[in-house]
Design a protein around this ligand. Sequence first.
Ligand code: MRU
Length: 347
Amino acid sequence: MIKTLEWTDEGVVMIDQRLLPAEEVYPVFKTYEEVAYAIKEMVVRGAPAIGVAAAMGVALGARNIPTNDAAQFDQQFQRVCDVLAGTRPTAVNLFWAIERMKTLYSNLKQDGLSLPEICNRLIEEAKQMHDEDVAINREMGANGAELIPDGATVLTHCNAGALATAGYGTALGVIRAAVEAGKKVAVFADETRPFLQGARLTAWELHKDQIPVTIITDNMAGHFMKAGKIDCIVVGADRIAANGDVANKIGTYSVAVLAKENNIPFYVAAPISTIDLQTKSGEDIPIEERPTTEVTHVKGAQLTPEGITIANPAFDVTPNRYVTAIITERGVARAPYKETLKSLVQG
Ligand code: MRU
């Protein structure tokens, strides 16, 4: 099994996803600042993985606060949470995870636990969030596998696999579950410019699991859909608004529109923690703008002329009308999403 991230007494161990597939390196991040750096620089990426990393960062930060004074601890704990929350704006799992850690902290404080006891419980909580995420992905996989026909070729965009989660994956979890159920499934992976999560990470994972994968450049997806080579599409999500609009990796919107044009089902697989009922529609989802060097350079080599204006939004929003169904660990939601998502979340 692929190990994305893990709590150890020394700190948080994470596979450095920037180096894959060429190098498999597992550095240890020993302070919350280092964990925040790892999230911002995309050592670890993917909405659920970012959430678990942040929870571990909060636990690490709390453990390292050098004071026994409750008021000072409080102040520094808040700072740890703020720094981690300031790393990436779009994936709601980051904020969900930090909120969960903050709520636990204030409950334990109210219960009168000592600071060392509180720190131990925060560590346990972060470890539990890791294990829960894997279990959730397996449940989501089982729910979604039923939608994948035997013999299907599935197109996916970005990486919503084991590497984007604590393990197993969301979109790739659905594909893995279909394969485990005995179905023959092949995958087309969009390369996903500019960070190449599809070409580097999705292909690496699926190849390891011996699931047949064909890498295509992003601009080839429409061609293969029109040629009848794609039976369905499964992607992950970074935030799903209350009305079912889906923020996911830049390029997802184009895939969804092309899917509708070609009568191909477009599925989104995401845990309940990715559904943000506080955000009414996709228009309210903040879209992260990443450094322009991700577009201008590949492995340090400059592709573009000097002095050119560059845009690099990391995500786009797919309006709910393009989404055939949203697969979660609690079941599969279909339109009207305002009602179906609310009842899934309130469960
Ligand atoms: O910028 P990234 O690599 O963090 O973006 C990841 C995605 O867009 C994924 O599709 C999404 O987080 C779902 S991961 C299960």
